[in-house]
Each structure stands twice: as structure tokens, then as C-alpha cells.
Design a protein around this ligand. Structure first.
Ligand SMILES: [Zn+2]
Length: 499
């Protein structure tokens, strides 16, 4: 049994109140966000007088003061505010220290901003607060007290999309919850059990294509990896969410390798440590589905989880084998540690059979992507090159930054095999993140708009975007922003595009 995931978001209410009224509420914790231009005039307020001393001493934000029984945390925001990595980093820095406080209620007051800036700042602050309010599972006998507040009062009044805020925090929290579970707890078998139960609770259709069924379907690439596990528990799990009046059909695909030993190309020198996170892509796909369905967004979603473990054993696949994928493509195996593209190949080929308007896949796929970008960004590849600029922009605004890499088909020269249709990966030095994306492109027809995320940003010290924990759940927030953007409306009927 996996540690259950329960998400009980705090109540958020917003109402008009002046700064003085907000301070008079007597909440145990009051966060004050003040426009830099207002600083001088506000320092004369008796409640904020203590700030003068802190500023004179050269202290940095956040500034902490007591006002009666209220702990005030004061933060200044300079200039015209934009949703970019600087703002996200600043806000994570303000919120992370609060997790030690055991308060049940808090206030958030925004002073001196234009209405649009106020909405944007409230949205980012609340998203970060909600992310911080999720306690991740731990095996420590005594864990540090986690922050669990139940109410946030926002002033002045701002119009907030609460359904979006809650569902995003829940979806991202679910992704992080699953990812941090140790390899001893989250196995292919227990993961599948968890997903079935979740599907029941959330009202999704659920089908497990188990290894016997995959063998009948001819999913030789997926099975090459899955057959290495003695327990026969690998499966492609398809979850479907049908809203009443869907406007688009979306397919989400995620790599769910619960543990990656590398297989016969065994990971050495400590590089196996942390490989329980190799299911991160599937957790993001599942988290995105959870968020979409909780927010009741009008998208028909089919979410495909490629769940398996990459082990060694008498049946495990070996370099030099040739296997055939579900769409008839034969693959010459080069390196068993390139298992992600093997399980994804068949899963993508299955996912496109539903003719989605948009196909998104998420995978902690290559070390090459991490070497190219580090872990602040994730890589993105698409067969719609005209989307590149919008994608980069979306990433900046969501706080989950993505950087595009080429998907030109002349890179196929790198994965040309002497004996089969495709080489699994290029031996020796090669841009493996691009080769991997090209490999996957052979399982997605050109007419399906497709985005492939190589999640180098799934784990980053200090967090990322609105999330302060090292395991970031990178991709859930970005996906919701993407669906809300014009790219989320690409679709079946050409007439609809001119709306
Ligand atoms: Zn691997």
C-alpha cells in the first residue's frame, strides 16, 4: 500500500480592506506585499515603524515585525511587476521560511499595485502558499512540523480563479507525492494499484494493458524493458476523463519507470541513486489529468502511463537485440539504459490511435538534456516549429521554463541502423536528447500536434516556479497554462481556429 494522497485545500476568501483594516484583523500571520514606490510614505505608519531600524541595519526582505499578536511579514516589490523567474524566486524565498510557523489562519494584503498587478501577484503568492501547504510523505520517525493552514484572507478584493488555483496545487502535489516515495514503496505493482483506486475516486475510466495483452498487441519495445522484472507487473495504464461538453481531445503520456537500474548497461559510480524519480514524467501526466478533471476543464483527456521497472535478470533485454514496436518499426537495441524511449515508443503509438488534437509527453528522459540545460529548465521538442516562441514565453510566465531543441529529420542519420528500421540510440558522443526525440517522432504521425518534454527540471535544489521543494513536479502548472493559451485551442475543426 502506498501512502495515500489527500488534498484538503485551505479556504481562500478575498474582500476589500485598507492596510489599516487588514492589520486590525488580528490574524496570527499577516503577509504584506507593498509596491516599492509606496515604501517611504508607509514607513511613517506606527505599525510599520520598526521597519526603519531593519532597513538601517541593512536587513533583506522579508522583514518581520510584531503588531499586537500578529506576526507581520513585509515584502516590497519594485518596478513594474512581470511574471518571470526573478519574481518566482523572490516569492519562493519569502514563503519557504514560513513553513516552520504553526498558524492556521493568515492574511495576504497587497498595497499600492495596479488592479492587474494585484491579480497577478495574488495568483503567484497563493499558488506558492498552496504548494507549501502540501506535506510530502516521509519515513522519518519524527518529521519537522509541516505547515498546515486552513484559511487565507486576501485584501483588497481580487477576482481569483479558485478552481484553477486549487486544482493546480492538487495536481502538482500529487505528482510530487508519488515521485518522492521510495523505490521500496512505489513499485510498478503498487503504483498501478494506486492509480486504479485514484481513477475510481475521481470518476475516470481506467484500463491496464498488462504484459500478456501487450504481447498480443505486439508492443515489443515496451515489453523489452518490462520483461526484465520478475514480477510481471509492468503495464500501460490508460485513464480517460470525459467532461460533459468537450471542446478538444488531449492525450497525455508519461514515462513511469519506478526504478531504473540501467539494466545490463548498469548505472555505475552512484548514478543509480535517485533513480526512483524516473517515474516523474508519469506523475506529471497524472497530476495534469487530476488538475484538469478537478477544475472540470472541457477537455476530453486520455492519460497514458508507461509503468515498468528497468532491471537485470534472465529475461531482461540486452544490447544487440532487435525488437519490433506496435506500429511495426523494428529497433536495434544499443544501450539498455535508454529504456525510456522504448516504453514511450509503444505508448505514443497507442495514444495517437485516439486521434488527439494535442499530444503531450513528459519524461525524465536523457542526461544529455540535463547537461545542456541544467535543472532550472526542461527541454521541449515539437513537430509544430511555429509554436517555439509561444512555448518559451509560456514557460517564462508559468515559472516552469522550457527551452526548445531541434527536431529536424536529418538528425535521423544518427539513429540509422544497419539491421533494423531504427537504432535505439547512437553509440558514442551524440546529442542524445535530440536523438531520443527523433526516435520518438517515428511513433507520432505528422498530423498530430505533439510536444515532448524532457524533464531536466523535475528535480532542482531550491525548487522552481511556485514550488519550494527539491522535487518540483515540473510540468503540471505549465500544462494548465498551455491549455488556457491559444495553443490549447488547436483543434479538429479548421473553422474553430478562426474564432
Ligand atoms: Zn535509463
Amino acid at each position: 500500500m502506498i501512502t495515500p494522497f489527500t488534498y484538503l485545500p485551505p479556504a481562500i476568501e478575498s474582500r476589500d480592506a485598507t492596510l489599516a483594516e487588514a492589520l486590525a484583523q488580528g490574524l496570527p500571520l499577516q503577509l504584506l506585499l507593498i509596491a516599492e514606490e509606496q515604501k517611504e510614505s508607509l514607513l511613517s505608519l506606527p505599525a510599520l515603524a520598526g521597519l526603519q531600524t531593519q532597513l538601517a541595519l541593512g536587513k533583506k526582505a522579508p522583514f518581520t515585525l510584531m503588531h499586537g499578536n500578529t506576526l507581520l511579514q513585509v515584502m516590497f516589490v519594485a518596478g513594474s511587476v512581470t511574471r518571470d523567474h526573478r519574481l518566482y524566486k523572490q516569492i519562493r524565498g519569502w514563503i519557504a521560511p514560513l513553513s516552520g510557523l504553526n498558524v492556521e489562519r493568515l492574511g495576504l494584503h497587497l498595497e499600492g499595485f495596479s488592479p492587474s498587478e494585484r491579480v497577478m501577484l495574488a495568483e503567484v503568492m497563493l499558488s506558492a502558499l498552496l504548494a507549501a501547504n502540501i506535506s510530502l510523505p516521509t519515513s522519518k520517525r519524527r518529521s519537522e512540523s509541516s505547515w498546515g493552514y486552513q484559511q487565507i484572507k486576501v485584501s483588497p478584493a481580487v477576482v481569483l480563479d479558485l478552481a484553477r488555483l486549487y486544482s493546480e496545487a492538487g495536481g502538482n502535489g500529487l505528482a510530487r507525492h508519488l515521485a518522492v516515495l521510495p523505490a521500496s514503496e512505489l513499485t510498478a505493482a503498487s503504483y498501478r494499484e494506486f492509480v486504479s483506486k485514484l481513477a475510481q475516486d475521481e470518476g475516470w475510466q481506467c484500463h491496464h494493458y498488462d504484459q500478456a495483452q501487450l504481447a498480443e498487441l505486439g508492443a515489443g519495445a515496451f515489453l523489452a524493458v518490462a520483461r526484465g522484472s520478475e514480477d510481471n507487473q509492468g503495464a500501460m495504464v490508460k485513464l480517460s476523463y470525459y467532461p460533459p461538453k468537450p471542446v478538444r481531445r488531449i492525450a497525455l503520456v508519461g514515462k513511469g519507470i519506478c526504478h531504473d537500474s540501467g539494466g545490463y548497461n548498469l548505472k555505475v559510480s552512484g548514478s543509480m541513486y535517485g533513480m526512483h524519480l524516473d517515474m516523474g514524467g508519469s506523475a506529471v501526466a497524472l497530476g495534469a489529468l487530476y488538475a484538469i478533471s478537478r477544475a472540470q476543464l472541457p477537455y476530453e483527456v486520455h492519460c497514458w502511463l508507461a509503468i515498468a521497472e528497468n532491471h537485470i535478470g534472465p529475461h531482461a533485454y540486452r544490447p544487440g537485440e532487435v525488437v519490433t514496436a506496435i506500429n511495426g518499426t523494428s529497433i536495434e537495441v544499443v544501450d539498455t539504459d535508454a529504456e525510456g524511449r522504448m516504453v514511450l515508443a509503444d505508448t505514443l503509438a497507442m495514444a495517437v490511435q485516439d486521434t488527439p488534437d494535442l499530444l503531450l509527453d513528459y519524461a525524465t528522459l536523457t542526461g544529455a538534456c540535463k547537461r545542456a540545460l541544467g535543472s532550472r529548465y526542461s527541454g521541449v521538442f515539437t513537430n509544430r516549429s511555429e509554436w517555439m516562441a509561444s512555448l518559451v514565453n509560456l514557460g517564462q510566465r508559468s515559472g516552469e521554463r522550457i527551452w526548445p531543441f531541434p527536431l529536424d529529420d536529418d538528425y535521423d542519420d544518427n539513429i540509422e541502423s544497419e539491421w533494423a528500421d531504427l537504432l535505439q540510440c547512437a553509440p558514442g558522443s551524440s546529442p542524445d536528447h535530440i536523438d531520443a526525440a527523433r526516435f520518438l517522432a517515428h511513433f507520432v504521425p505528422e498530423q498530430t500536434p505533439w510536444l515532448h518534454f524532457d524533464l531536466s527540471g523535475f528535480r532542482n535544489k531550491g525548487g522552481n516556479g511556485v514550488v519550494s521543494s527539491e522535487v518540483t513536479g515540473f510540468g503540471v502548472r505549465l500544462t494548465l497554462d498551455l491549455l488556457a493559451s491559444p495553443l490549447g485551442r488547436v483543434g479538429r475543426q479548421a473553422s474553430e481556429q478562426s474564432e
